[in-house]
Design a protein around this ligand. Structure first.
Ligand code: FMN
Length: 180
């Protein structure tokens, strides 16, 4: 992986029917496994979904984004509160939660997710991070306990479109030196 993969990665929303080899999926998961995390808590869990029925239910929960269904694989990326907290009772894991622990597990799982996007690019695969859902809707499809937070669903497949790069802010607009 190099800056080349970072530069060429795009969110892809149209995929070929070609299946994705399980070895490649395992490479993506390996890249996620090696991600850094606060206190090395490694709060991430992943569910690989290939079943058309389950994918359809997830896409419906994900704001009815039917384009997702052309991707042969979904990787549901979950932040697990149990990795950080022994007694999870009383900690909210919904969209309105103010709890610090939730922010920490989301932060760390997001790093692992980005590893997946970039390793996919290295493997010649395309991806899109999606997260246009309510927690409860995805949890019920996958029978997730309430102490798991769904950070995102990554669609994975061989791309059937080559989107232009989306604009990015210039460095001058996002970098300061020494102080704010
Ligand atoms: C947290 C997050 C949530 C996203 N959710 C969606 C989504 O639900 N549907 C979608 O089509 N794209 C989604 N995207 C993709 C963004 O729209 C995309 O990354 C952004 O427009 C920049 O384009 P690029 O990824 O091609 O560089 C999401 C990206 C992130 C990081």
């Amino acid at each position: 992986m190099s800056i080349k993969e970072i530069e060429s990665r795009r969110s892809v929303r149209k995929y070929c029917a070609q299946e994705v080899e399980q070895e490649k999926i395992l490479r993506l998961l390996e890249s996620a496994r090696l991600a850094p995390s606060g206190s090395n808590t490694q709060p991430w869990q992943f569910i690989i979904v290939r079943s058309p029925e389950t994918k359809a239910r997830l896409a419906a929960a994900d704001h009815g984004q039917t384009w997702m269904l052309s991707a042969p694989v979904f990787i549901v990326c979950i932040a697990d509160l149990c990795s950080r907290v022994k007694d999870t009772a009383g900690i909210r894991l919904d969209e309105q939660s103010p709890d610090e622990e939730l922010k920490q597990i989301i932060r760390d799982t997001a790093i692992a997710m980005e590893h997946i996007l970039l390793e996919a690019q290295t493997q010649g695969l395309s991806t899109c991070w999606t997260a246009w859902f309510q927690q409860e809707d995805v949890r019920s499809v996958l029978h997730l306990p309430g102490d798991k937070y769904v950070c995102g669903i990554i669609t994975v497949g061989y791309g059937d479109e080559a989107p232009e790069p989306r604009p990015r802010k210039v460095l001058e607009d996002i970098v300061r030196y020494e102080t704010w």
